[in-house]
Ligand binder design. Structure first.
Ligand code: SAH
Length: 216
């Protein structure tokens, strides 16, 4: 990695650790192995390692590093798992998940064809092979490859779409930002007794989930 990126990445990692975001060593390795500057627009290369969301196309952003680290850590992603992601965007969060599952697989659904193309290009540049980017409405999930060990929704929903709960494996975890103008990050587990809330934290802002079971 170029020295200017390396320095900026180290600063970002230190900042996140000091603000209690990046706690897991494997998560830190993922941040080091998946260069965020490969997922931003050329005009934003200087800001790639700022702890900020950045525009990747009109009204769409690459997620903030703090948010990606929090969601991925809460989701307790492990080697070998099968993951469903709704909202590929730039593919950066997707690539982080792909690193964390190793020999596992990530299915990532994106509704905007331009972003499907952008994400595939970014993932190809890094030679990532264990990801399938699907051009479709992810609010109905991707039943073809279900059940999933983990599901992550990276766009704001009014409630978690029921098809996604159906496609989650027993004991699986699902994370999503739920709410109106501000959202809470909610982590749920599917158990034999039903759905259990594991974590809930307010004050997040995501772009809206579109599609059949998206925001009304
Ligand atoms: N984590 C991504 C950013 C996600 S932004 C990154 O770091 O780059 C949310 C994404 O969800 C956007 O790309 C948006 O187009 C997509 N999206 C919104 N509604 C969707 C739906 N119903 N199905 C699939 N993708 C959707």
């Amino acid at each position: 990695m170029e020295k200017r990126y390396q320095i900026a990445l180290n600063d970002l990692i230190n900042y996140l650790k000091n603000s209690r975001f990046l706690n897991d060593k494997n998560m830190e390795n993922a941040f080091r192995k998946i260069p965020r500057h490969e997922f931003v627009l050329e005009s934003d290369l200087d800001y790639a390692y700022y702890n900020e969301p950045l525009l990747i196309m009109k009204n769409q952003t690459i997620s903030q590093p703090a948010v990606v680290s929090r969601m991925t850590e809460w989701l307790d992603v492990r080697e070998g798992q099968k993951i469903l992601e709704i909202g590929t965007g730039s593919g950066w969060q997707t690539a982080i998940l792909s690193y964390m599952v190793g020999k596992g697989t990530v299915y990532s659904v994106e509704i905007k064809p331009e972003l499907v193309k952008f994400a595939r290009k970014n993932l190809d540049k890094l030679g990532i092979k264990n990801v399938n980017v699907i051009s479709s409405d992810g609010s109905i999930g991707y039943p073809q490859a279900s059940p999933y060990d983990r599901i992550i929704i990276t766009a704001a929903c009014s409630e978690i779409p029921l098809p996604l709960i159906d496609q989650l494996a027993e004991n699986g975890l699902i994370i999503a930002p739920v709410g109106d103008s501000m959202q809470s990050l909610i982590l749920l587990q599917k158990t034999s007794q039903g759905i259990v809330e594991i974590k809930n934290q307010s004050n997040y802002v995501f772009v809206p989930l579109l599609g059949k079971f998206g925001k009304k």
